[in-house]
Design a binder for this molecule. Structure first.
Ligand SMILES: Cc1cc2nc3c(=O)[nH]c(=O)nc-3n(C[C@H](O)[C@H](O)[C@H](O)COP(=O)(O)O)c2cc1C
Length: 179
């Protein structure tokens, strides 16, 4: 039984928005005490000229102030299989970076094995209700065209279904079984 908008506006909004399939990213920044980061799915492209993207960060999060103070952030787009990293950075533990491999781009931590990453300087901070919209100017980005992304849908992690690779695997399996 689903709630209706009239019964519970926030629950219905959350449920409806959870049907908007997204990727999963790790937003990172630097602080005087070391790197900081969080998991985020509220990420969108804004502009091609100049290159800009946006992220939405809860006002009550430590990451909000860290990004604002640094004036810079990186977005790492997670690959299929990086669910543990997503869960770690969605928690409030203070050693989020322990055991996770990172490299640096423009002095910002970038997750190893990500399908893409963007390094940004903060162009503008816009109030968005209980979140802050950071519009970032992209100073660097890169991607791996071969790897598959981690997908978020209905409050769960998923992966892309590639029908061609499924068909190929089924064919190879049948061939091997018939030999
Ligand atoms: C898949 C997923 C996506 C998320 N997306 C966002 C987001 O876009 N914006 C946000 O503010 N929090 C988002 N969160 C929640 C934050 O990751 C979480 O509040 C985290 O504790 C923030 O880190 P901090 O407390 O160290 O700042 C998301 C969590 C998950 C699991």
């Amino acid at each position: 039984m689903h709630t209706t908008f009239a019964q519970d506006r926030q629950a219905t909004y959350r449920g409806a928005m959870a049907r908007f399939t997204t990727g999963v990213t790790i937003i990172t920044t630097r602080t005087p005490d070391g790197p900081a980061g969080m998991t985020a799915s509220a990420v969108a492209s804004v502009s091609l000229d100049p290159l800009m993207l946006l992220i939405c960060v809860g006002n009550d999060l430590a990451s909000r102030d860290a990004i604002s103070e640094a004036g810079a952030f990186a977005v790492s787009v997670l690959a299929n299989g990086q669910e543990r990293t997503a869960l770690r950075f969605a928690s409030r533990c203070d050693d989020k970076f322990a055991g996770v491999d990172f490299r640096s781009d423009h002095g910002l931590p970038v997750v190893d094995g990500a399908v893409a990453h963007f390094a940004c300087t903060v162009h503008e901070e816009v109030a968005g209700g209980d979140h802050t919209i950071f519009i970032g100017e992209v100073v660097s980005c890169a991607y791996d065209a071969e790897s598959d992304p981690l997908v978020y849908f209905g409050g769960r992690f998923n992966s892309l279904c590639d029908p061609e690779s499924h068909a190929r695997m089924a064919f190879e399996w049948q061939l091997a079984a018939s030999l």
